[in-house]
Design a protein around this ligand. Structure first.
Ligand code: PEP
Ligand code: MG
Length: 842
């Protein structure tokens, strides 16, 4: 930015009071004359100013107009300057718009931004503007325009009246999250606060300026304050920035712990993991990085009236702030304050006056609001990236991200981030998070791997990635979204690692590993149509977790013998409205037909918790996982339950072989009420009796399984939720994801209790949670006495191969040992390495 202060641009010689031009052209001529007389511009510039009026509107609003020359005539500007023509009686600028302050601008570069910024602020103070329109003192106008402009960084190296030294005590230096808190704190003080590092000074209210200091751990800075209660403000500021140290150290330790966790499976010979998240869907993939949120499509430049453009920008900024607040609140609720801070930091970027002024300036130059905003964001982001500082480069990514949100508010067609614009080459898709329907819609031919900044391994996104056979890591953190597009990377969905810029040796090792895996998969595939019969003759039923009729063929080809879990909420999640009874009936029938007489277990709607259906507009809950979820919602919403049951019984009446199970059952009265409703509907439709089962997902149900088994025809254990509720770990919390292990002995004991309870009444027990699809988990479940396993289709071959290579008697002993283990890690240690098992199977 220019070092010229606004005062230097506007002297009393450039202000003419009490002018009375006959019309707009005369006003522009008169104002231009002031600039010419002061030697700021060539005489020809006046003509350029007139010509601009033909192509753009320079009326800012509230009686202010800002005529200036065309961009191509910038060479006619000799020195930057601003002239103000005061027209107390006003002059018509456009029909119905009168200008009383004509601010003529001559600028070679962005020199007049400070004036513009002041003008945009003055626009909000109508009384002051009105006074300036009639003042008899040129100085009033000069002061109004000069006041409150941004401090010029180069000039302000002196500390303020009250100062203190502070040593940066954050291991990662000053990055966006703490900088946001610094800026928030500074803005909460009446005194002005400033931070100096060497000869660089930042206004403590400005997060970008703070980041531009590039503060590293151990660096000493001077924090100073002046103005009302400066000493108290300084003390408060220091105490806040000091207080953040503990969290910063904890974060650094957690990152170090994650990095130190030994990697099982593949490790590259040379590359270091750039991102360490949590493995959500196993497998290795090589591809180019593609950030989902990037909106590289050109933004059209559609000029519009400046005042309208300004209003649209203002509205878009306000809406984006609200949106980010909602996202931050939601993230805080689901993932914790630390992750929510990502979005608070993003919102902070919207307070950057330089950014907004730059956008205004571009609009003033006659550009459309969307184009101007996009350019401003790009220019600021490019500046930040160019500084060669990784922290600032990260801000550039955030700026682009938040810029995109604003763009989407200005014009939803510019939202970008569409899955339609994937690159041609195989790519690893990076995203903040993906909705289940986004994940479901990924084209596996184009997207070979997935890495999300948020999410957990049992989230539905992760489940869907496994369904698609897409290696995926989740909870990679915000750093993931700052990676450069287009570079090659390797994602390991088992260890949850993303390796950047792999060497030729890394790539060769990865390819070799993929070939070896392929061989193992090949052997598994050869047996997948065989039953899951152990070597000593014990057989388990193998089902697939499939939600749509068109996915059935793939499941059968993988060796599924039926569908053990059809999650019907996806019929609701993937569309903006509730499917009618007839629509549901058609889908259940099609599902049964695709299965050709094989068993189908349809789960009644499981809405709530992580499965929120926007169009149902259910009340917001503080703790949705502990709220009105699954069966609890069904029992409160006959409008959702009954059409679904009618559709299912109609399909059964047509000969579909299906059973119904209810999610999130906690008590006997729930199942009794649901059975009553089923029976009423069945008899109304004269449909046949069908099996009515329940999911065992909460400890209460597992503990009371012997009682529930009296009233349920079968059980299916949802290990995802059972683990969450047993261990009191939100299944979406990335911080705790590694601890949310379904092999925790407490979970295994509840599974055993469920099996025992079912046996008393001769009921069968299935497992349809994620554990059923893990080869080792499946063997333990078999040993615990489970009859059926239902899983993501792609997991079937490995599970079957593992069971077929085992002896049931050995698995029972293995399960007994697992129940006696003290920790999940001890249970996992009972697993044999793949190579040994390969030998055993051969
Ligand atoms: C489970 O909780 O394990 C389960 C299968 O249900 P969902 O994952 O759909 O909640
Ligand atoms: Mg569940």
């Amino acid at each position: 930015m220019s070092s010229e202060s606004p005062a230097a641009l506007l002297s009393s010689g450039l202000v003419r009071l009490a002018a009375a031009p006959a019309d707009k052209a005369a006003a522009i001529r008169e104002a231009a004359q002031l600039l010419i007389a002061a030697g700021c511009v060539d005489a020809a510039y006046a003509e350029s100013m007139q010509r601009r009026e033909a192509v753009a509107n320079t009326f800012l609003g509230h009686g202010v107009a800002i005529p200036h020359g065309l961009g191509e005539d910038r060479h006619r500007v000799r020195s930057n300057g601003i002239a103000v023509l005061q027209v107390p009686g006003g002059v018509e600028w456009n029909p119905g718009q009168r200008a009383q302050l004509v601010v003529a601008i001559a600028a070679q570069s962005d020199a007049h931004i400070a004036i513009l910024r002041r003008l945009t602020r003055l626009m909000q103070d109508e009384a002051r503007l009105a006074a300036l329109a009639t003042t008899t003192q040129a100085q009033d106008i000069i002061e109004a325009l000069a006041q409150d402009s941004a401090p010029e960084p180069a000039a302000a190296v002196a500390d303020l009246a009250e100062c203190a030294e502070w040593t940066v005590a954050y291991p990662a230096g000053l990055h966006a999250r703490p900088a946001t808190r610094w800026a928030e704190t500074a803005r909460g003080c009446a005194a002005r606060l400033q931070v100096r590092s060497g000869d660089q000074v930042a206004d403590a209210r400005n997060m970008v300026a703070l980041l531009q200091l590039g503060l590293h751990a151990g660096e000493r800075v001077v924090v100073s304050a002046e103005g009302p209660q400066a000493a108290a403000a300084l003390a408060r500021f220091i105490s806040v920035i000091d207080g953040l140290s503990a969290q910063e150290h904890a974060d650094a330790e957690q990152a170090a712990r994650r990095a130190a966790t030994p990697v099982q499976g593949w490790t590259p010979p040379q590359a270091q993991a750039a991102i360490i998240g949590i493995g959500a869907s196993p497998g290795l993939a090589i591809g180019v990085i593609h950030r989902l949120a990037s909106a590289d499509a050109p933004v059209p430049d559609q000029p519009q009236a400046l005042a309208d453009g300004g209003a649209r920008l203002h509205a878009a900024l306000t809406a984006t702030r609200l949106q980010l607040k909602a996202v931050a609140d939601d993230t805080a609720r689901r993932l914790g304050e630390a992750d929510a801070a990502i979005f608070k930091a993003q919102a902070e970027l919207l307070n950057d006056t330089d950014l907004i002024t730059l956008a205004c300036q571009l609009m003033v130059e006659g550009h459309g609001v969307a184009w101007a905003w996009q350019q401003a964001v790009e220019r600021m982001a490019a500046k930040l990236s160019a500084l060669g500082n990784t922290v600032l480069a990260a801000r550039a990514a955030d700026l682009r991200d938040v810029g995109r949100r604003v763009l989407a508010q200005i014009d939803p067609a510019l939202a970008g981030g569409s899955l339609a614009d994937l690159p041609e080459q195989a790519c690893i898709l990076l995203a903040s998070d993906l909705s289940p329907s986004d994940t479901a819609n990924l084209d596996p031919a184009r997207v070979v791997g997935l890495a999300t900044a948020q999410g957990g391994p049992t989230s539905h996104t992760a489940i869907l990635a496994r369904t698609l056979g897409l290696p995926a890591l989740v909870a990679g953190g915000a750093a993931l979204l700052e990676l450069a597009e287009g570079s090659t990377a390797i994602v390991d969905g088992a260890s949850g690692r993303l390796y950047l810029d792999p060497s030729a040796a890394d790539l060769a090792a990865a390819r070799d590993y993929l070939v070896a895996q392929q061989r193992i998969r090949q052997r598994e595939a050869e047996q997948r149509s065989q039953p899951a019969r152990t070597r000593d003759g014990h057989t388990l039923d193998i089902g697939a977790n499939v939600n749509l009729p068109e996915q059935v063929a793939l499941a059968l080809s993988q060796g599924a013998e039926g569908v053990g879990l059809m999650r019907t909420e996806f019929l609701f999640l993937e569309r903006g409205s509730t499917p009618s009874e007839d629509e549901q009936y058609a889908i259940y029938r099609a599902m049964a037909q695709a299965l050709g007489g094989r068993p189908l277990v349809v789960r009644a709607l499981d809405i709530g918790g992580d499965k929120q259906v926007a169009h149902l507009e259910l009340p917001r809950e503080d703790n949705p996982f502990l709220g009105v979820r699954g069966a609890r919602l069904l029992l409160r919403r006959a409008d959702l339950l009954e059409p679904q049951l009618r559709a299912l019984y109609r399909a059964a009446r047509d000969g579909a072989r299906l059973s119904i199970m209810f999610p999130m059952i906690t008590s006997v009265p729930e199942i009794l009420r649901l059975r009553d409703i089923c029976e009423r509907i069945r008899s109304e439709l004269a449909a046949p009796q069908i099996e009515l089962g329940i999911m065992i997902e909460v400890p209460a149900a597992a503990v009371q399984a012997d009682v529930l088994a009296r009233h349920a025809d079968f059980f299916s254990i949802g290990t995802n939720d059972l683990t969450q509720y047993t261990l009191a770990i939100d299944r979406q919390n990335p911080e705790l994801a590694a601890e949310a292990d379904s092999l925790h002995p407490a979970v295994l004991r509840l599974i055993r209790a469920t099996v025992d309870g079912a046996r008393r009444h001769g009921r069968w027990v299935g497992v349809c949670g994620g554990l059923a699809g893990e080869a080792f988990g499946a063997t333990l479940l078999a040993g615990l006495g489970v009859d059926e396993l239902s899983m993501t289709p792609r997991d079937i071959p490995a599970v079957k191969a593992r069971l077929r290579a085992s002896d049931y008697a050995t698995l029972q002993q293995l399960a007994a040992r697992a129940l006696d283990c003290e920790t999940a890690a001890e249970v996992r240690a009972l697993d044999l390495p793949e190579a040994l098992l390969e030998g055993a199977a051969a």
